[in-house]
Write a protein that binds this ligand. Structure first.
Ligand SMILES: Nc1nc2c(c(=O)[nH]1)N[C@H]1C(S)=C(S)[C@@H](COP(=O)(O)O)O[C@H]1N2
Ligand SMILES: [Mo]
Length: 315
């Protein structure tokens, strides 16, 4: 099933792996490729062997010259409470999540409600690569090369009614596949939301891949939200429903800790979490903590969305 190669993908269009691997990993990967050539039986033992490459049509380097987080860290250090609260266990616990067939229901205050098969949905839009910083509210960060499409394109197809002011996203709810949902760490299913103007902002994407390949299950396959100026908990994974509303959605984290997690969740080094400072962060792979940037470094693009708002109250 998901271990097979997508027949539609032309090998020449696949992003070379060396673009994503740091030099040491690349040398190691080349060495194992050479070994595989010499011993053909070993060819399945290359790095990320089960991943399905994606055809990327547009590239844009939004993170400037910052070094990418290693693939190994991005797929091995995760938050996905539906599986576990232990970051290193998510990859193994999520490996059998069935992400095909998968449908996404789009509903609420729109003229064109519809249920999309994930592969039909993906074909509607050219896939773009976006290299973004990702800052978790816990105080660590990564730089990830996402593959996806702007949420704005999908929202246009839906034709929101003038009453629609917010977009609510919901993750799959299935205890048989998601063992973490048997425990009440959060109220299930996981729900997140954006204001409509945030949702149509050009930086906001729905991601279907990373590092040139389909999203691994632990990273939110087959479809997740990416909003780079907000804390990572807004990047809701494995989405099954997108609903347009007039009222502000109540998100899972707002229910779990209303004084700690607000609706906006904009990265802001000046507004501390009640239990820790948000002034600095640990970039995964680095030793010395670096300063957290206002709106995670995207202030120029997104600050106008919050003009006149008190960001201490609207945290
Ligand atoms: N459905 C769901 N989405 C989720 C989470 C979760 O527990 N469940 N965790 C969030 C948090 S706190 C972070 S930091 C990011 C982590 O994304 P990553 O594992 O791809 O790095 O996913 C977010 N999306
Ligand atoms: Mo997070």
């Amino acid at each position: 099933m998901s271990t097979e190669k997508d027949p539609e993908i032309n090998d020449t269009e696949i992003t070379p792996k060396e673009v994503y691997l740091n030099r040491r990993e690349f040398m190691a990967a080349s060495a194992s490729a050479a070994a595989a050539a010499a011993f053909p039986a070993l060819s399945g033992a290359e790095s990320h062997s089960s991943a399905i490459p994606l055809k990327i049509e547009k590239r844009a380097d939004y993170a400037g010259k910052e070094e990418l987080t290693t693939y190994k860290s991005a797929v091995g250090y995760n938050n996905f409470y539906e599986f576990s609260t232990n970051k290193e266990d998510i990859a193994a616990l999520s490996k059998d999540l069935r992400t095909r067939p998968w449908s996404v229901s789009i509903e609420g205050l729109i003229k064109k409600p519809r249920r999309y098969d994930i592969d039909d949905l993906i074909k509607l839009f050219p896939l773009e690569e976006r290299i973004y910083r990702m800052r978790c509210v816990e105080g660590w960060s990564m730089v990830i090369p996402w593959v996806g499409f702007p949420l704005d394109g999908l929202i246009r197809l839906c034709e929101p009614e003038s009453k629609a002011k917010f977009v609510e996203f919901t993750t799959l709810h299935d205890q048989s596949q998601m063992p973490g949902q048997r425990r009440d760490v959060l109220q299930w299913p996981y729900v997140e939301g954006l204001r409509l103007d945030e949702a149509v902002h050009p930086l906001t994407i729905l991601s279907v891949g990373m590092y040139g390949e389909r999203l691994p299950n632990q990273n939110g396959a087959p479809l997740r939200l990416v909003v780079p100026w907000k804390y990572g908990f807004k990047y809701i994974k494995s989405i099954v429903k997108i609903r347009f509303t007039e009222q502000m959605p109540v998100t899972s984290w707002m229910k779990a800790g209303p004084l700690e997690y607000g609706f906006y969740a904009n990265v802001n080094p000046e507004v501390d979490h009640p239990r820790w400072s948000q002034a600095k962060e640990r970039r995964i792979g680095e030793f010395i903590r670096r300063k957290t940037l206002m709106f995670n470094g995207y202030a120029e693009q997104v600050a106008p969305l919050y003009a006149g708002m008190d960001l201490r109250k609207n945290f």
